[in-house]
Design a protein around this ligand. Structure first.
Ligand code: HEC
Ligand code: HEC
Ligand code: HEC
Ligand code: HEC
Length: 356
């Protein structure tokens, strides 16, 4: 893959990729240095959409018809009809002793969107799958943010006349209500990496599922087939992002990959494919960020690297690895909130040119 050849260039400029075993470092991270985890941090760990709060894509189409149309042709939508028919999927399910793919929480977590059946007789049957990877898989279950995310503050107020203060407050309210609002690209990058990093040891080691999309890269994977940037043009044109915006996404994606692969490593208990792959991926994500940090000057990246350098990538190291991932999540959010990309121009030569 072409884009992926780009990233290793900057990695190699700093250090050769090393195996998971080589990553123990004596580092001087002091956790106190990067500030308290704020209340919003609880919301910053990506998770499957809560079936009780899922409203379904039908609730978006009235205002986002163009976005829904793009989505319908992506693998995220088509997996709904296809996955359970695939022999590879049946094989994984058999190895894990699962009777149904669409009803197993194990697969639903990443392949489907579930919605609660209110009034169901038993809690066992209380939810059913309504779609593959849907709007809410990436943007968060919408029940609590649906009304407020487009409320400009009065009948006569429009997108153009809304005050900046109202806009900022509306967006922050939507995030507090569980929206993965792409105004902060870290929130959506986390969604991708939650699914595209398989943090389930048995699924990989016993089921034979892939350990994740090892060639995932946020810019190239989000700006190709799944791109749906219609707000600027009121639904008419699927817009292309500015270089500045793509730079922020590029780095945010790397931070999210580090966070997700630390969480996967945290789930490792055996020296086998899952643990080794997860730790190697975390190490690689750290090295990529080191390369980036050497090219741009950014104190948040330095803090992230200190945290990553201060935790060992080893088995049964659950609490420490997850604690590091939590801190990195908060910093990733800050990075995306504070950066408009104007100081990241040195990265342009490394931005992927191909779009998946
Ligand atoms: C009643 C109309 C309406 C409905 C229904 C609606 N949206 Fe929106 N949405 C908007 C408007 C208007 C904006 C632009 C807000 C702005 O100017 O920032 C928006 C913006 C967004 C954004 C970009 C973030 C932002 O704040 O600009 C996302 C993501 C989004 N909507 C997702 C959804 C999803 C997912 C659904 C269904 C669960 C949905 N919307 C339903 C009107 C709607
Ligand atoms: C942590 C998220 C996650 C979980 C849990 C998960 N998958 Fe996947 N799966 C993915 C992603 C992401 C892909 C895309 C391919 C890749 O990069 O690994 C995928 C790909 C696949 C594929 C190959 C793709 C294709 O369409 O041919 C099969 C088969 C599959 N998954 C079956 C399952 C089954 C069966 C389960 C439940 C036992 C399951 N998956 C659970 C994330 C997950
Ligand atoms: C809820 C889990 C989930 C989330 C969130 C998610 N994906 Fe996926 N994605 C999948 C699965 C599963 C597949 C494979 C579907 C299949 O082929 O059956 C996939 C496939 C893809 C593909 C097609 C890959 C190929 O080889 O053609 C792209 C591109 C992609 N995802 C990009 C993204 C991006 C970018 C994000 C975040 C903005 C994201 N995904 C978020 C689960 C997810
Ligand atoms: C695979 C994950 C994923 C899915 C599924 C997804 N989105 Fe998005 N969405 C994103 C990402 C990533 C961005 C930010 C992209 C960027 O900044 O270039 C985004 C941006 C948006 C925006 C703002 C775009 C703009 O013009 O500024 C809207 C509105 C939106 N999504 C609505 C939806 C709706 C409605 C659905 C369901 C039909 C949906 N999204 C499904 C990941 C996803």
């Amino acid at each position: 893959m072409k884009i992926q050849q780009k990233i290793p260039c900057i990695v190699l400029a700093v250090a050769m990729f090393s195996a998971a075993s080589a990553v123990a470092q004596t580092s001087l991270v002091s956790a106190g240095g990067q500030g308290e985890l704020n209340a919003a941090n609880n919301l910053q760990i990506a998770a499957p959409a809560d079936p009780d709060l899922v409203v379904g894509n039908d609730a978006c189409v009235k205002c986002h018809a163009s976005e829904v149309k793009v989505w319908q042709s992506t693998p995220h939508a088509t997996t709904f009809d296809q996955l359970h028919r695939k022999p590879e999927a049946k094989e994984i399910a058999t190895k894990l002793g699962l009777r149904s793919i669409k009803h197993s929480g194990r697969c639903v977590a990443c392949h489907y969107t579930q919605q609660s059946d209110h009034g169901a007789a038993s809690s066992e049957d209380a939810a059913h799958v309504i779609a593959g990877v849907s709007c809410e898989s990436c943007h968060g279950a919408a029940k609590q943010w649906l009304d407020l995310h487009h409320n400009y503050g009065g009948e006569s107020v429009t997108r153009l006349t809304e005050s900046p203060a109202h806009r900022a407050e509306r967006i922050s309210q939507s995030i507090r209500a569980g929206m993965r609002n792409p105004t902060n690209v870290y929130l959506v990058a986390q969604s991708c990496l939650r699914c595209h990093t398989t943090a389930d040891e048995e699924l990989v080691n016993v089921g034979g599922h892939s350990a994740g999309s090892l060639d995932f890269e946020f810019v190239s994977w989000s700006q190709g087939t799944i791109r749906h940037n219609f707000l600027q043009s009121d639904g008419k044109v699927n817009g292309v992002r500015s270089a500045e915006h793509l730079r922020v996404m590029f780095v945010a994606g790397m931070i999210a990959e580090l966070e997700a692969s630390l969480r996967a490593t945290a789930a490792a208990t055996q020296k086998a494919k899952f643990g080794v792959t997860s730790a190697q991926r975390a190490d690689r994500a750290k090295k990529r960020l080191q390369s980036v940090a050497a090219k741009v000057s950014d104190p948040i990246l330095q803090q992230i690297l200190e945290i990553a350098g201060g935790v060992q990538l080893k088995l049964n190291h659950h609490a420490e690895l997850n604690a590091a991932a939590d801190k990195i999540a908060a910093l990733g959010y800050e990075f995306a909130a504070q950066n408009d990309g104007s100081t990241l121009a040195n990265l342009d030569a490394y931005l992927p040119q191909t779009r998946k």
